[in-house]
Design a protein around this ligand. Structure first.
Ligand SMILES: [Zn+2]
Length: 211
């Protein structure tokens, strides 16, 4: 069995394995090892990439589900410790971003729920999920900017998306020098010709569903 690693901007490291026993192309998904594409011995690795491309949506969703099942889910005192961190970190960060991009909100509340990362009410109150503390900082900022954008656009219409894209373009270029942003910038720029920022960030976020 021989192996080659292919780095996909969205799916991460993909292992292409050539196997003497394999009769057909197949894809398996591991929460830690990522995606493994098995190709029969006589088949070039490039054909494995084409095969993966044809099942990209499925592979991405399967990877997110596998990681979700595998995630160390917080419980009991872990939630209290996340709540403490969230209360110390999220409100000042939201205030920073609001000041930088000219938003005014009413109140921010830290919540624990399983249905969303955040929400914004018609009264300008913003709720943030304490599980945002388990998410890399650029994705956390993305959620905060999403909720702030709702202050101007209380829906997910074209105006909302145009404004959020504008903010993300600015935010990711301003923070380009920071190490944790550098993980995301190549992924974004690789898909930028075809997809908006939100597409790439939403995909990355799938590995961290709120619990
Ligand atoms: Zn929204």
């Amino acid at each position: 069995m021989s192996e080659k690693v292919h780095v996909d901007p969205v799916l991460g490291e993909v292992r292409l394995r050539r196997s003497r026993r394999a009769r057909r192309l197949s894809i398996r998904v591991h929460p830690d090892r990522g995606i493994v594409v098995t190709v029969p011995f006589a088949v070039p690795y490039a054909v494995g990439i084409v095969f993966l491309e044809s099942r990209r949506e499925w592979a991405s969703a399967a990877l997110a589900r596998a990681r979700e099942r595998n995630a160390d889910l917080p419980a009991g005192e872990d939630i209290e410790s996340l709540r403490k961190q969230a209360k110390a970190v999220l409100p000042p960060r939201l205030a920073d971003l609001a000041a930088r991009y000219g938003f005014r909100y009413n109140r921010v509340t830290i919540k624990h729920n399983t249905s969303n990362w955040g929400s914004c009410s018609s009264k300008g109150n913003i709720n943030l999920n304490l599980n945002l503390m388990r998410v890399p900082r650029p994705l956390r900022d993305y959620i905060l900017l999403h909720e702030l954008t709702h202050l101007r656009h209380p829906n997910h219409g074209p105006g909302f998306h145009a404004e959020l894209e504008r903010l993300l373009a600015d935010h990711f270029s301003v923070n380009l020098e920071e190490a944790d942003f550098q993980d995301f910038v190549p992924k974004i720029s690789a898909s930028r010709a075809r997809y908006p920022y939100t597409h790439t960030l939403e995909r990355a976020l799938k590995a961290y569903r709120p619990v």
